[in-house]
Design a binder for this molecule. Structure first.
Ligand SMILES: C[S@@+](CC[C@H](N)C(=O)[O-])C[C@H]1O[C@@H](n2cnc3c(N)ncnc32)[C@H](O)[C@@H]1O
Length: 236
């Protein structure tokens, strides 16, 4: 089975997402117990994109995250390095540039965009999978206009450590078991629980965002900290 390890070798990560692309959105709904919709709505509200704005949705996968940013007329570039994920999304929308979403293949560590292109940049459930998080945050800053904003939606940690450890244990057992019922590659969901356990907590991620040059970094927890939304601005 194809799965990434915690070194997040880009070839393994891309191949793993290629292998789960067809059923990715279905599994998300099942494994999040329906919370995914609420997390996405909160992300859309935080990005707050409006007509005339250009938004980068990085690690966009099938573009489920991207579609919701177009509701108030913003144009969205959905960028990812898994051709399998991009293909499933483009087929669903009926083309590579449809419904306000344009698909662009690209690597978070070498974004194929000029400096200061976007009004807002966002990444949902993607940053945790990137090989070099600090570099991706710096690339996101580079392509954002001065005054623009960053929103990161990512799995995080419950503030009470014993509860967080229990949740981690439950996910380690539960996610691959549920995934076996629905996915051809349940091993990918073992990677999911391992990568969440190894991911920095809310304050740790905020420090990384600041260190990359972003200003006014803030976060809020969703579903008690199962997911956290981080927001920041490019001030110069
Ligand atoms: C869990 S999916 C998230 C997809 C989508 N944002 C969503 O919310 O459903 C993570 C995505 O990150 C992408 N990814 C990981 N590392 C990347 C990189 N270095 N450059 C571009 N995409 C990357 C994967 O290909 C995958 O599609």
């Amino acid at each position: 089975m194809i799965r990434a390890e915690l070194d997040k070798d880009p070839r393994d990560v891309a191949a793993m997402f290629d292998s789960i692309a067809d059923r990715y959105d279905l599994l998300n709904r099942v494994l999040s117990l329906g919370r995914e919709r609420y997390w996405r709505q909160a992300t859309v509200a935080a990005v707050d994109a409006y007509s005339g704005e250009l938004v980068l949705d990085l690690a966009a996968g099938t573009g489920t995250s991207s579609e919701s940013f177009t509701r108030r007329g913003a144009r969205v570039i959905a960028c990812d390095f898994s051709f399998g994920m991009l293909r499933v999304g483009a087929e669903r929308r009926g083309g590579a540039s449809r419904k306000g979403v344009t698909v662009v293949a690209g690597d978070a560590l070498h974004l194929p965009f000029a400096d200061q292109t976007f009004d807002a940049v966002t990444i949902s459930f993607g940053l945790r999978n990137v090989h070099d998080v600090d570099r991706a945050l710096a690339e996101l800053l580079r392509v954002t206009k001065v005054g623009g904003r960053l929103v990161i939606c990512e799995f995080s940690h419950l503030p009470v450590q014993p509860l967080d450890r229990m949740l981690g244990w439950g996910m380690k057992i539960g996610l691959p078991w549920v995934a076996r019922q629905f996915s051809d590659n349940p091993d990918a969901y073992a990677y999911l629980s391992e990568s969440i356990a190894a991911w920095p907590d809310q304050a740790g991620l905020a420090r990384k965002i600041s260190a990359a040059g972003w200003s006014r970094v803030a976060w809020r927890n969703l579903t008690f900290g199962v997911v956290a939304l981080h927001r920041a601005y490019r001030e110069r």
